[in-house]
Design a protein around this ligand. Structure first.
Ligand SMILES: C[S@@+](CC[C@H](N)C(=O)[O-])C[C@H]1O[C@@H](n2cnc3c(N)ncnc32)[C@H](O)[C@@H]1O
Length: 356
């Protein structure tokens, strides 16, 4: 069985090679907005190892985190979309990728007239740990025996708590392009939890990744070449969505699903999919003193909190739920009754009691 260490070193080696020269097998053709590519150096564009374009879903002024930023293409596009009032942080664990992205950040900054992008070294399943700070510590106190190993572990825990690479509740949007599949299976849950942690309440994740039509068989998962080639670690389309819901996100939806597979391996189709999911508000009264009407077109729907809403019926919800229905992704599905006039609304059926 492939170990976590083997997966990570296969990924590290493959992407060091891919930073040096373009690796065709890792490329999945994508149409980026040409306007944004004009200021991006050719060396970066050539090393496009993405499978989608989450930057299309960003807005001016947002603070964005790009997971597995590679040579920086999505960050450099995002920098232009969010503009001078916005900010973009790319995180990658590979020194060669980071070196190229950092080399070109001032070049892009000069071309667009502002510097709003930076690149940090970290593992996306452990966004609290600043690997460059840890490296500096390890230079001063190298690991030589079990005691120094334990001291290094304790220092890493301290760094996570006292000076996190990415702070809790700090990002408007987390994006990623073809990277989540590269994280080994046992760290996937932690990865989705980390995405949730760093987003502010009301923030969202927009993730493009390779997904599979069926679960990937164990023998394929044990192939390091297929791992680093964005195949073995792909979640199924269904599991990809569930991973967000399990981490606490609501309103997950498919923004794009390529009809054509990118590759078919052992008769399993692998294709690109882009998902959006939202982090809810922290607190709010549970009293059902607001009224909504679900507009359809379905007879009834159930949201991620378990509210069951019937088409055309006045239903009572709490203020946080009312606010949530007034924003994306629900905005167009509901009539929000501001004045409370008319017949008394019925409460929606609800699986949990505190959420209503
Ligand atoms: C397929 S490339 C995608 C690069 C970039 N997003 C793009 O669109 O071209 C994967 C990138 O993710 C990085 N990566 C893979 N696993 C990672 C992890 N666990 N933590 C941080 N970076 C990771 C690799 O070093 C590489 O730069």
């Amino acid at each position: 069985m492939t170990t976590a260490l083997q997966v990570e070193s296969a990924v590290r080696n493959r992407y060091s090679e891919a930073a040096g020269q373009k690796v065709e097998a890792l490329c999945c053709p994508i149409e980026y907005d040409r306007e944004y590519l004009k200021v991006i150096p050719q060396e970066v564009i050539d090393r496009d190892y993405g499978c989608g374009d989450p930057s299309r879903h960003l807005k001016a002024g947002e603070t964005v985190l790009d997971l597995g930023s590679g040579t920086g293409k999505i960050c450099f596009i995002a920098a232009q979309v969010v503009g001078a009032r916005g900010r973009v942080i790319g995180v990658d664990m590979n020194d060669d990728m980071l070196a190229m992205a950092r080399k070109y950040a001032p070049v892009v900054g000069q071309a667009i007239g502002f510097n709003n992008v930076e690149f940090r070294k970290g593992r996306i399943q452990d966004l609290a740990l600043d690997l460059e700070k840890l490296e500096a510590e390890l230079k001063k106190n190298p690991i030589q025996d079990a005691n120094s190993f334990l001291a290094a572990e304790a220092r890493a825990a301290e760094l996570r708590a006292m000076s996190p690479l990415i702070a809790t509740d700090s990002m408007d949007v987390v994006v990623s392009n073809c990277v989540l599949n590269l994280v080994e299976p046992r760290a996937k849950r932690q990865l989705f939890n980390e995405i949730f942690r760093v987003l502010r309440h009301g923030g969202r994740a927009v993730i493009s990744d390779i997904v599979s039509a069926q679960p990937v068989p164990v023998e394929m998962q044990n192939d390091p070449e297929l791992w680093s080639g964005c195949i073995s670690g792909a979640l199924t389309e269904e599991d990809f969505i569930h991973a967000f819901v399990d981490a606490g996100f609501y309103g997950a939806r498919i923004l794009k699903r390529d009809p054509q597979p990118w590759r078919t391996v052992q008769r399993i189709e692998f294709r690109s999919m882009t998902i959006e999911a939202f982090k809810g508000d922290s607190v709010g009264s549970a009293e059902r003193n607001r009224t909504v009407i679900y507009k359809g077109p379905f007879q009834e729907v159930v949201d991620d909190q378990g509210h069951r809403l019937e088409r055309g019926r006045r239903q009572a919800v709490s203020d946080p739920t009312f606010q949530r229905y007034g924003r994306e992704p629900y905005r167009d599905c509901f009539e929000l009754i501001e004045d409370g006039a008319g017949p008394s609304p019925a409460p929606p059926c609800c699986n949990g009691s505190s959420c209503c």
